[in-house]
Structures are given as C-alpha cells and as structure tokens.
Ligand binder design. Sequence first.
Ligand code: KIV
Length: 272
Amino acid sequence: MSVHKSDVKKVTTHQLQNMKERGEKISMLTAYDYSMATILDAAGVDVLLVGDSASNVMAGHETTLPITLDQMIYHASSVIRGVNRAFVVVDLPFGSYQGNSSEALRSTIRIMKESGAHGIKLEGGAEIKESIVRILSAGVPVMGHLGLTPQSIYKFGTYTVRAKEEAEAQKLIEDALLLQELGCFSIVLEKIPSELAKRVAEKLEIPIIGIGAGPHVDGQVLVVHDMLGINKEFKPRFLRRYADLHTIMTDAVQNYVKDVKSKDFPNEKEAY
Ligand code: KIV
C-alpha cells in the first residue's frame, strides 16, 4: 500500500512533549535544502532545524552573522517541500529580532507565511523576553537557545564551552526557567557541561535538546554536514561522524573526471 502524505503522522510540539514525558529521546538535525530534507525526513528524524549554520556550511562564511532573513526563508521553503513527517524549526537570523519585539514578530511572520515552517528558534534569555512573548502571542511555537550562542561570537570571542563558572551556570538556569514560563516548547543547550545540562533537563518540564551538552538531556541535535563527514576540518569533541561523505564524494568525482578524460563516459548504453 502506498503511503500518502496525509497518512503520515506528523510530529507536533505536543508529541515532542509526550516524548520527554515517556523518556523517548528526540532526534534533531539541521537541513537547508529539499534533497537532504527528503532523506532526513524519510530516515525518521523528529525535528529538522533550518539553522543559521547555513551561513557557515552552505555559504562558506566564518560566522552565522551574515545570513539574511530572505536567505533563511529560501532555505526553509526548500526544506519544507521535502518534509512529510518532521517538525521544522527555522532560526531567526542575526539582526532580524534583536531590535524590538515588533521587528521580531514581523520576521517570524515572514518565515511562517513564506516558507510554511512550523516554528522558530532564537538565541538568548531574559534580554529577548518581550520578543518571545510577542511571537508566542501570534501562535507561533518558539524554541529557545542558550549556552554557546553563535550569534554573539564577537561578545565572547571564542567557541569554547560555556557556563563553566557558577554565576554563568546560574544565569543559564534562570534563563531556561524563564523561557519555559513564557511558553517556549523546547530549548537547545549548546556546548555546556553535561552536569549543568542534566540539572536543566531535570528541572524543566519542556524538552531540552543538546549539542555538546552530554547525554542527560531529552534529545540531540547535530549539523548534518558535520555528522555526515562532509566537513573535514570541524572536529569538536562532541561530534560523532556517521559517514565520511567527503571521501566518498571526492572518490566519485575523481572517477567521473577520469572517465570523461579517458572518453569512457558516456558509453553507447548511456547515449541516445
Ligand atoms: O544553526 C544551527 O545549526 C544551530 C544548531 C547548532 C543548534 O543552531
């Protein structure tokens, strides 16, 4: 029997909450284009994040700061066309929400209307409280992001582990509690000590998704290019590589070049 789009049980924020409650871990990966999204969705990933890491892995920028709202909408609408089941969250890019809550709402509405996404993610705690309230009041699911927040890289100067000191850890816990109280459906914790992530995941009722935050959280997220081994250079301790696509793709392309040069490709069967 063929499976129609409508037969597939879609992941919702309600289901993600149930997953936390019954102890089922949530799987999340980034996606930026249609073809990758179809593979990840069919493979059973629960949440696809159209991350502003597209600025790094798709556009080759050093930081996430340059990517624009229009570019995020382009990536998000491509991903949405490839998805049947996963819940799709889109990052609000740097500069599209920090100004004030009206700007944050306007950016969110553009993403939701123009891409068909299911929710948004934004970086920060108490300092962006008003924006979160405003976005939630429009009925849009919001995912928070605390710990290492790449949009603030020039404030911190490095990508090292965050919240190792008690004062920063305490602020992170307070921010996490605030995000939950405001109504966020989930929070990403990036690159913080495992014990701190565990404390947050145990204290909060909403699902906590970690990246470099250890095993005691409710789910994990990785950048898809990193876990598939497309990027060779990026090797943080938290990254597990599930494939070496860099080598596989390089071999394939070298073989293609060789076959073209040697006139082996195309052969008679590959021609009309
Ligand atoms: O943009 C991104 O890929 C992210 C993940 C690292 C969580 O925010």
